[in-house]
Design a protein. Structure first.
Length: 601
């Protein structure tokens, strides 16, 4: 066989081996989840950690492959409760560890982390926002901070939520590569003096340390010296640390709303507005622990870009460590398990004066990561305002036009509020037939995908009428308005789905009740400069939808983001007003709206 053919055959065999291992891990993860789920939820965390302990033991045993002090598995950093597993569970954990040893260290640690998180009770996982970072995104974030100027030979690095070692392990590999000609002992000392991780979960913190040990194992064997413990098991948000001590703060902080005690709320009050989200707190934490000129690099949801609850965080970051680069992850599928938010890789630079941001789009395919440069955009002068960003190349020109638009919804004469009825608080008042003191109940399904209002209640638990009682005055809507679906996803054909609530319908029944999955766009004055018919037609246009996608960072179509959306002036709407009055086709209206955002008039 020719040498080239031998290489091709070897590569094919290696690829097939990886595919087989991936399939085996997928099956094993499902079996591990089913095993832990067979226990009461109160015991699942302990069982998951016990299973993970055996798994890591097996992985390390297959990885080390030699005897001696350097080949010993790291003891737990902080003790965690464990139970004795049945023989079949031990066998399963051992087999997973053996399979994991066939992968590179970073991939193996990630896969072990996925199996561990899959076994966690859903409430625990949700409370702590546990989602481990795919290696492809880790690699890209490390590439971005390298471009931003991090020196891997000298920089001190902190990961304040280091579960599984997703960043510490590959950064250690990077340091080893850059110090390749140094003596083994010097490399060990270098890594020991510059890398630090914090982790609240004692098992995940131990896994992070073991992943670091695995990366440096060949060097440690040569040096006859192993790493000290570089991971501290602690609550990062409450840990007292020296300020401005790291050149790089990097990681995938936990996500999710969280209730704060008075002490933590006081500590982070500068960046809080309303509900607190864990990743927002961790962004403020990073700012407190990065040196002037240092880099903050996070994998986070995109909701910080425009959400009202992040307005103070945007102000603090814009003033002290503005965003300089951001990658938008093109799809949510196969990125994080059970995550609905859109994902971004964000790079901030402490003390940076520039307000320009380099925007890219990344996608994951079978060959790895594909990066597409999108645009360079400016942050707003008032940094608390939404940071309008194109998500892909087609949106670059739109953002340029939006930056020059002076009007907002208030200039059109409208405000946005949420439908006032939270239906499950009034279950006894839902009615399936009309009657005295019963008003139509408007659900999101009344807004059709093509922009029409159709009175209907067809989904489970939905009733078409609401029995009005004393004290329900705030629930009754007695004036026509524009209805807009309040929850849509980026994968949908349209994010903005609107319909005009007809005046005749409201007058027929004397009022309606609107459920809170609907936004109501209501006039501020009796005769607004833009009619409700024109508002509805505009919102249903392709151009308005494309513009909103440059503002919105979550599945929620929020009132704050709608009211912040840059709009053409009421005067510029004259051609659209004429088309709406003439009952023009959807195509004609789309063409007219395109001129505002998508092409020259």
């Amino acid at each position: 066989m020719a040498k080239g053919a031998q290489v091709s055959a070897a590569l094919l065999e290696a690829h097939q081996a990886v595919e087989t291992a991936n399939q085996a891990l997928g099956t094993a993860k499902m079996m591990a989840r089913e095993f832990v789920a067979s226990f009461p939820e109160s015991r699942q965390l302990i069982v998951a950690r016990s299973f993970g302990h055996v798994l890591v033991q097996s992985w390390w045993r297959n990885l080390a492959g030699f005897s001696g002090p350097m080949a010993e598995l790291r003891e737990h950093i902080e003790a965690f409760e464990m139970v004795e597993l049945p023989p079949h569970a031990i066998d399963l954990a051992i087999s997973i560890g053996e399979i994991a040893s066939r992968f590179d260290t970073e991939t193996a640690a990630y896969e072990i982390g996925l199996i561990y998180t899959a076994m966690l009770p859903s409430e625990h996982r949700g409370n702590y926002g546990v989602f481990y970072t795919p290696p492809a995104l880790t690699e890209r974030l490390i590439e971005l901070v390298t471009i931003a100027g991090v020196n891997w030979k000298t920089s001190r690095v902190l990961d304040p939520a280091c579960g599984g070692g997703a960043f510490l392990a590959p950064i250690a590999s990077r340091v080893i590569a850059d110090l390749g000609k140094s003596k083994p002992e010097k490399i060990i000392n270098n890594i020991a003096s510059r890398l630090q991780g914090y982790e609240i979960d004692p098992f995940a913190g131990w896994l992070s340390q073991v992943a670091l040990d695995a990366v440096v194992l060949p060097i440690a064997k040569l040096a006859g010296k192993r790493l000290p413990v570089l991971v501290t098991v602690c609550d990062s948000l409450r840990k007292s640390v020296d300020l401005e001590s790291f050149d790089l703060v990097i990681g995938n902080p936990p996500y999710g709303k969280v209730k704060l005690d008075s002490g933590v709320r006081e500590l982070y009050k500068r960046s809080l507005y309303g509900h607190a989200n864990l990743y927002g707190l961790f962004t403020d934490l990073a700012l407190r622990n990065v040196k002037p000129g240092g880099i903050i690099a996070y994998v986070t949801p995109t909701s910080f870009l425009a959400g009202v609850y992040f307005k103070n965080l945007r102000k603090v970051m814009g003033a002290n460590a503005p965003l300089v680069m951001i990658d938008f992850v093109e799809t949510r599928k196969n990125v994080f398990d059970d995550v609905l938010q859109e994902t971004a890789l964000a790079i901030y630079k402490a003390g940076e004066n520039s307000s320009s941001v380099l925007v890219s789009e990344i996608s994951l395919d079978s060959d790895g990561l594909v990066v597409s440069n999108v645009a360079t955009v400016a942050l707003p002068e008032e940094c608390s305002m939404p940071w309008i960003m194109p998500r892909n190349q087609s949106q670059g020109a739109i953002v340029g036009k939006m930056a020059k638009m002076p009007s907002r919804l208030a200039d059109w004469g409208y405000t946005v509020s949420t439908g006032p009825l939270v239906w499950n608080r009034h279950k006894s008042q839902l009615a399936f037939s009309p009657g005295k003191n019963r008003y139509p109940l408007i659900w999101a399904e009344a807004i059709t995908p093509d922009g029409r209002f159709v009175f209907r209640a067809e989904k489970k638990n939905h009733a078409p009428f609401f029995s009005y009682e004393a004290g329900n005055e705030s629930l009754l809507i007695s004036r026509s308005c524009v209805l807009l679906q309040r929850t849509t996803a980026k994968e949908q054909a349209r994010r903005l789905i609107a319909a005009l609530l007809p005046t005749e319908f409201v007058e027929k029944y004397g009022g309606v009740v609107i459920e809170n999955h609907i936004n109501m766009i209501r006039p501020l004055i009796d005769n607004p400069p833009v009619s409700a018919e024109v508002v509805s037609a505009f919102l249903n246009s392709k151009a308005a939808d494309a513009a909103f996608r440059c503002v919105s960072g979550s599945v929620a179509v929020s009132a704050y983001e709608l009211e912040s959306l840059p709009l053409p002036s009421p005067k510029a709407l004259a051609p659209l007003k004429k088309l709406v009055a003439e009952l023009a086709s959807k195509e004609a209206i789309d063409a007219a709206c395109d001129k505002f955002y998508l092409r020259k008039a």
